[in-house]
Design a protein around this ligand. Structure first.
Ligand code: ZN
Length: 289
C-alpha cells in the first residue's frame, strides 16, 4: 500500500506542510483533513498490506535546492516516526498483519548530492526495502535514468529496490539494468482504457483505422484470454461504440503483458542473458506501430 504522500502532494488542494504532517482539503466536500506519518501507518496497518510505504514529501521537479535540502531532512524525520509507529502497531494484539514491512522512500528531486545524502541517511535505518520516489513526475526519461545511476550505489545491496510510478515496458527493462527490483504504475491499465496496448512488437493504438477489419489478436505472441478469444477489429469496434468491455479486454491484455515481461526478465537474469534480452527488447517495446 502507498502512504498517501504522493496523492496529497500531487492531487490535494489547499495543502499546508508542517512538521507534524500535512493539512489538506477533501476533494469531496472541502473539509480539512490532517495526515502525518502516524495516521498513514495506522491506515496501512488497518489495510493489512504486506508492504507499507513511508509517508514522505513528494517534491515536484524542478524545485529550488534550498527547499529540497530542507524537505529531505523532514522526510527523514517522518520516516523515523513511521518506523516507530509501525513497530508499535505490529506489537499490538489485534493488528491484522503483525509482520507488515516498511519501505523507506528516497527523495531529493534532481540534485545528485541531496539524493545521495538522503539515501545514506535512510539506509542507516535498516528498513525492509528501499524505494526511489519523486521520479516519473515530468522530468525527461534520461534524467530519471541518470538519477537511478546516481543513487543506486548507495542502496543496501541485500534489500529490495523499488522504483515508484514507473513505467513503460522499456522503462522497466532500463531500470532493471540499473539495479531496480520492483515497480508500480497505472500505465498498463490507464493506457488500455484509452485503447493503447503493449505488445511484443511495440505499442499499438487500437483506435487506428488500419485495425477496422483486422482479424488477428492484439498480439499474436500473447496467450492472454483477450488474445485467445477476440480480434483487433472486434475490440476496436467496442472502443468506437464506447462499450465498457473494450477497456476491460485491453486492460486484461496489458496486465498479462506486464506480468509476462517481468517473468521473462527474471528468466533472463537467472540464465545470465539479461543484456541480450535488453538489447533485443528495450527499443523494440517502445516503438509505436
Ligand atoms: Zn494478450
Amino acid at each position: 500500500t502507498d502512504s498517501g504522500g504522493f496523492q496529497v502532494f500531487s492531487l490535494a488542494q489547499l495543502r499546508k506542510i508542517k512538521e507534524e504532517g500535512v493539512y489538506f482539503a477533501s476533494h469531496i466536500d472541502g473539509r480539512r483533513i490532517f495526515m502525518g506519518p502516524e495516521e498513514s501507518m495506522q491506515i496501512q496497518s488497518n489495510l493489512g498490506s504486506t508492504i507499507a510505504m513511508a509517508f514522505d514529501e513528494c517534491i515536484e521537479n524542478p524545485s529550488p535546492y534550498k527547499y529540497v535540502a530542507a524537505s529531505i531532512e523532514r522526510t527523514t524525520r517522518w520516516l523515523i516516526r513511521c518506523q516507530e509507529e509501525m513497530a508499535r502497531l505490529n506489537s499490538l494484539p489485534d493488528t491484522i498483519n503483525k509482520h507488515q514491512m516498511l519501505f523507506g522512500i528516497n527523495q531529493g528531486s534532481t540534485f545528485d548530492d541531496l539524493r545521495i545524502k538522503h539515501m545514506e541517511d535512510i539506509a542507516k535505518l535498516d528498513l525492509d526495502g528501499y524505494a526511489i520516489g519523486g521520479l516519473a513526475v515530468g522530468e525527461a526519461t534520461e534524467e530519471m535514468y541518470r538519477i537511478i545511476d546516481v543513487v543506486e550505489p548507495y542502496m543496501p545491496v541485500h534489500k529490495p529496490r523499488y522504483l515508484m510510478g514507473v513505467g513503460t515496458p522499456s522503462n522497466i527493462i532500463e531500470a532493471v539494468a540499473r539495479g531496480v527490483d520492483m515497480f508500480d504504475c497505472v500505465m498498463p491499465s490507464r493506457n488500455a482504457r484509452h485503447a493503447t496496448v503493449f505488445t511484443w512488437s511495440g505499442i499499438m493504438h487500437l483506435g487506428n483505422k488500419c485495425y477496422e477489419t483486422d482479424p488477428r489478436p492484439v498480439d499474436e505472441q500473447c496467450d492472454c484470454p483477450t488474445c485467445r478469444n477476440f480480434s483487433r477489429a472486434y475490440i476496436r469496434h467496442l472502443f468506437k461504440a464506447n462499450e465498457q468491455l473494450a477497456g476491460r479486454l485491453a486492460v486484461q491484455h496489458n496486465l498479462y503483458f506486464y506480468n509476462t515481461l517481468t517473468e521473462k526478465i527474471r528468466e533472463a537474469i537467472d540464465e545470465d542473458r539479461f543484456e541480450q534480452f535488453r538489447g533485443k527488447y528495450s527499443q523494440l517495446l517502445a516503438t509505436r506501430i
